[in-house]
Design a binder for this molecule. Structure first.
Ligand SMILES: [Zn+2]
Length: 166
């Protein structure tokens, strides 16, 4: 690790459009709503933002590079499974995920009641204590594509520590 910084931080963002006939899965939790999100996997925009942040922190690119949507192996895959794979890729590069903070931007449905379960499932997938994972939800005050209920956006930051640090 000589010469390498003691910690790494990464940022991730993702957007998916609403689509008819799809389940809405956010942070690994199936949420009752008339529409879900379009995508090749389960379109879990929260998990994707976190995965992008973790890969970014380890300088490993992004989810699209590791799990291309041209590969049928990832069709309808659970994004929590992808996160567990991301955790292993990050670990193989010498880093462990130490902390996650995510924000999901959705005008509807109301996500507050689902945040504790999202946090629990994400923490399990990432092998982290729940106290090291945070998920927040905001509306955009009816502004923009989120406000028009055309889709959902998510952002995340992930902190990595060296594997041999604990
Ligand atoms: Zn995505």
């Amino acid at each position: 690790m000589s010469g390498a910084p003691p910690l790494r931080v990464g940022h991730g963002a993702d957007v998916h459009a609403f689509a008819e006939g799809r389940r809405l899965v956010l942070g690994g939790v199936a949420i009752p709503h008339p529409r879900g999100l379009a995508g090749h996997s389960d379109a879990d925009v929260v998990s994707h933002a976190i995965g992008n942040a973790a890969l970014g922190a380890a300088a490993l690119g992004d989810l699209g590079r590791h799990f291309p949507d041209t590969d049928p192996a990832w069709k309808n895959v659970s994004s929590l499974d992808l996160l567990a794979r991301v955790r292993e890729k990050v670990r193989a590069a010498g880093w462990r995920i130490a902390q996650v903070d995510a924000t999901v931007m959705a005008q509807a449905p109301r996500l507050g009641p689902f945040l504790p379960e999202m946090t629990a499932r994400l923490a399990r997938a990432l092998d982290l204590p729940e106290g090291c994972v945070n998920v927040k939800a905001v509306t955009t005050e009816r502004l923009g594509f989120v406000g028009r209920e055309e889709g959902i956006e998510a952002h995340a930051v992930v902190l990595l520590a060296p594997v041999d640090d604990g």
